[in-house]
Write a protein that binds this ligand. Structure first.
Ligand code: GRF
Length: 199
């Protein structure tokens, strides 16, 4: 039997890292086509950093505040970490920095993001609150390839959940988060196996 070569993946986070954890756990399966080899945070206090460390994954901090207004220097430092770890696929998971066209084109077709809404609905922040305000009956989550426009780009996996009469932002967010944790590993599997390429 030939040994499967797993794609080397970095997860970029800014906060608690529950999607990161879902990816790390899924990637432990012997037949998973990707391995999480690096977690990078732009915030020193991101809870996900210690979770990644506890899981035995290499971590890096590229603190955007250290670069002042110089977005390019920040992104070059980020890119250097990814290159140093021979990263092949980047997963943004609650990474709260907008990335420039330069960085996005460097990783074009090799960078995914998860967004807590049924794109193209509710791009941007506070998606659950906005879904409730809009009175939609279905909400959900989307994994997509990253393009220069925020929360756009070809969709890899999308799954919906019902919006229930008594939902609050918190109950709806929790229902969507369960979906996020399921579809991000599915999407990474598809992309790592080359079964879903950016069109
Ligand atoms: C998730 O809802 C993700 O979709 C959004 O930010 C949140 C990050 O949560 N982009 P976590 O850090 O993965 O727990």
């Amino acid at each position: 039997m030939t040994r499967m070569t797993k794609k080397r993946v970095a997860v970029l986070i800014s906060g608690r890292g529950s999607n990161m954890t879902a990816l790390i756990e899924a990637a432990r399966a012997p037949d998973f086509p990707a391995e999480i080899v690096l977690v990078v945070s732009n915030r020193p206090q991101a809870a996900g950093l210690s979770r990644a460390h506890d899981a035995g994954i290499a971590t890096a901090l590229v603190d955007h505040t250290a670069f002042g207004e110089d977005r390019q220097a920040f992104e070059q430092a980020l890119d250097a970490e990814l290159v140093a770890h021979r990263i092949e696929i980047v997963c943004l998971a609650g990474f709260m920095r907008l990335l420039s066209p330069w960085f996005v084109s460097r990783w074009s077709g090799r960078m995914l993001n998860i967004h807590p809404a049924l794109l193209p609905q509710f791009k941007g922040l506070h998606t659950h609150r906005r879904a409730l305000e809009a009175g939609v009956t279905r909400h959900g989550a989307t994994v997509h390839f990253v393009v220069p426009q925020m929360d756009s780009g070809p969709i890899v996996v999308q799954e919906s959940v019902p919006v229930i009469a008594d939902d609050t932002e918190e109950t709806l967010a929790a229902r969507v988060l369960e979906v996020e944790h399921r579809i991000y590993p599915q999407a990474l599997r598809l992309v790592a196996e080359g079964r879903q390429a950016e069109k």
